[in-house]
Design a binder for this molecule. Structure first.
Ligand SMILES: Cc1cc2nc3c(=O)[nH]c(=O)nc-3n(C[C@H](O)[C@H](O)[C@H](O)COP(=O)(O)O)c2cc1C
Length: 213
């Protein structure tokens, strides 16, 4: 039996990416996002037009995509509701966002220089992809403005902990991505710390009862 349901979001479960980008003053901004998909050495990133990350990517053409493992959930959640942009959109002000230029410090994460591009990598992330922007496509609707940003992977850094020994492959059993599902965090299919992003609108009851971390 199916019902017609006016779903508000379609976030069925995608890995969380911490995107590093270069601010106008040369520092690195860091932002969590999860509307990303992959094809060969390419990724498409769905990013709100008002985000500092979007502006930085379109201005500099560079980004590091740091794939967050599930055990970084607390660090990632500290970045929720923060923006590296001093000019907050009305929507972000009303949602409770605040300006924070020191994202690495606030999240308790360690910056590490990239090889080919300016923005720093996140040392704690086991997979770090240095990328160049190669296209963008507007996504406009009545209430929001966003971009699908096409990036190409220039160089991949992979920690030994998730590499199949002696190969150039990631061990799918060792790699446990932090997954965003309907604005809540999951790892290995299990719910993790409730996300601050979801606090305003999550369905009552269900996750609060089953939270394990
Ligand atoms: C787990 C998580 C996933 C998110 N996914 C996205 C996303 O896919 N696209 C997006 O535009 N914003 C996403 N956000 C919200 C951004 O992090 C938010 O817009 C933030 O202000 C971006 O930071 P910036 O303004 O410094 O770039 C996500 C936030 C969290 C915590």
């Amino acid at each position: 039996m199916h019902r017609v349901v006016p779903l508000k979001v379609h976030y069925y479960g995608t890995p969380v990416v911490l995107v590093s980008s270069t601010n106008p003053d040369g520092t690195t901004n860091l932002a969590p996002m999860s509307s990303a998909w992959w094809l060969g050495q390419n990724a498409m990133l769905g990013l709100d037009a008002s985000s500092r990350t979007t502006q930085n990517l379109l201005r500099t053409g560079e980004a590091v995509l740091n794939l967050a493992p599930a055990d970084l959930v607390g660090h990632v959640d500290r970045l929720a509701l923060l923006t590296g942009s001093p000019d907050l959109s009305r929507h972000k002000r009303e949602t409770g966002y605040r300006y924070e230029p020191r994202k690495f410090k606030v999240a308790g994460l360690t910056p590490e220089s990239s090889d080919l591009i300016a923005p720093d990598r996140v040392a704690e992330c086991l997979i770090q992809l240095e990328c160049r922007v190669s296209g963008r496509y507007p996504i406009e609707n009545d209430s929001s403005s966003a971009h699908a940003i096409h990036v190409q992977v220039l160089r991949a850094h992979v920690a030994d902990a998730v590499r199949l020994p002696g190969t150039d492959h990631i061990d799918p059993q060792a790699w446990n991505p932090l997954v965003m599902k309907f604005c809540d965090f999951f790892g290995d299919g299990q719910p993790l710390t409730p996300s601050r992003l979801a606090a305003g609108w999550r369905m009552p009851g269900r996750l609060e009862e089953s939270t394990i971390a």
